[in-house]
Design a binder for this molecule. Structure first.
Ligand code: C2E
Ligand code: MG
Ligand code: MG
Ligand code: MG
Length: 283
């Protein structure tokens, strides 16, 4: 028996996996030093009303720039930050920075623009999350109605009472909730109906399927229909072409976000962009 398990153990740690683990450890070490030397920053991507073209929101997206100028994409380091627990501190920092940014923009004349912040399941599950949210609100003096949290479908659907409780607590603070990457998970409709949420965010994969041909876009159109029935707002992410925007509008989608309108921008560039769009008046 012992022999068998030892052999099993041996198989598990193949040379390939060893190098994968070494790679992860290396990446984690450099993430730590990136946090310490402030090489993380935030970019903001505008969200627009598809009918009026007005800027209605901004999504805060984290960036990590190495000393050599190369970037590590969030899809690579967020999972690592989650596994190591660093996401709690990083996520709290993103939240505060994003709130500050919006308050600053409002001071410069931006109106009716909300800030969307991605929240990891690890943050959301943390028992201190609501307290952290409250202190971010009071420290930055952002109006809670202007703040939206994006959580993924799998987090929202988790079958745990405290999850639902946390969602309700967020809502009670006046903050709204969007379900990110909607359509990629396995939501049960009866569960979805009971969730205290405000918005569905159609995943980019289903937006890129949209084209003039009738066959594409079935999922996008179902999500929009679902939103209509459940009285939820719907936003599409990853809009890259006029054809996609037109189709979404035709299907009744309220809002959109994507390279067609703007790529995520640093705080400095964002201010100029908003000015040019007339979303910031004067000063
Ligand atoms: P997400 O929240 O679904 O963000 C949308 C992603 O699509 C962003 O990638 C954005 O830059 C990209 N995108 C937007 N418009 C277009 C488009 O028209 N075409 C294409 N090809 N891409 C577009 P990004 O910034 O690399 O972020 C990837 C993911 O990393 C995010 O997906 C989110 O899940 C996660 N993430 C980013 N920042 C944070 C953060 O502060 N906290 C947490 N927990 N996760 C974050
Ligand atoms: Mg998001
Ligand atoms: Mg998304
Ligand atoms: Mg996505």
């Amino acid at each position: 028996r012992a022999k068998k398990s030892r052999r099993g153990g041996f198989v598990m740690f193949s040379a390939e996996m060893g190098s994968d683990i070494r790679e992860r450890v290396r990446l984690l070490q450099s993430l730590r030093s990136a946090v310490e030397s402030e090489r993380l920053f935030i970019v903001y991507q505008p969200q627009v009303d598809l009918i009026t073209n007005a800027v209605v929101g901004l999504e805060a997206l984290i960036r990590w720039r190495n000393e050599d100028g190369t970037f590590v994409p969030p899809d690579r380091f967020i999972p690592l930050a989650e596994a190591s627990g660093m996401i709690i501190a990083i996520g709290d920092w993103v939240l505060r920075m994003a709130c500050h940014e919006l308050v600053r923009l409002q001071g410069q004349g931006a109106k009716d623009i909300r800030m969307s912040v991605n929240v990891s399941q690890i943050q959301f599950r943390n028992p201190e999350f609501i307290d952290k949210l409250k202190s971010a609100l009071s420290d930055t003096s952002i109006q809670p109605e202007c703040l939206e949290l994006e959580i993924t479908e799998s987090v929202a659907m988790e079958d745990a009472d405290f999850m639902l409780e946390t969602l309700h607590s967020v809502r009670e603070l006046g903050i709204s909730i969007a379900i990110d990457d909607f359509g990629t998970g396995y939501s049960s409709l009866s569960q979805l109906r009971q969730l205290p949420i405000d918005r569905l965010k159609i995943d980019r994969a289903f937006v890129s399927e949209l084209s003039d041909d009738v066959m594409g876009g079935h999922i996008a159109s179902m999500v929009i229909e679902l939103g209509r029935n459940l009285q939820l707002k719907v936003i599409a992410e990853g809009i890259e072409s006029e054809a996609q925007a037109a189709r979404l509008k035709q299907l009744g989608c309220h809002e959109g976000q994507g390279y067609l309108y703007a790529k995520p921008m640093t705080s400095v560039l964002l201010k100029d962009w908003l000015k040019e769009r007339g979303a910031i008046v004067g000063i």
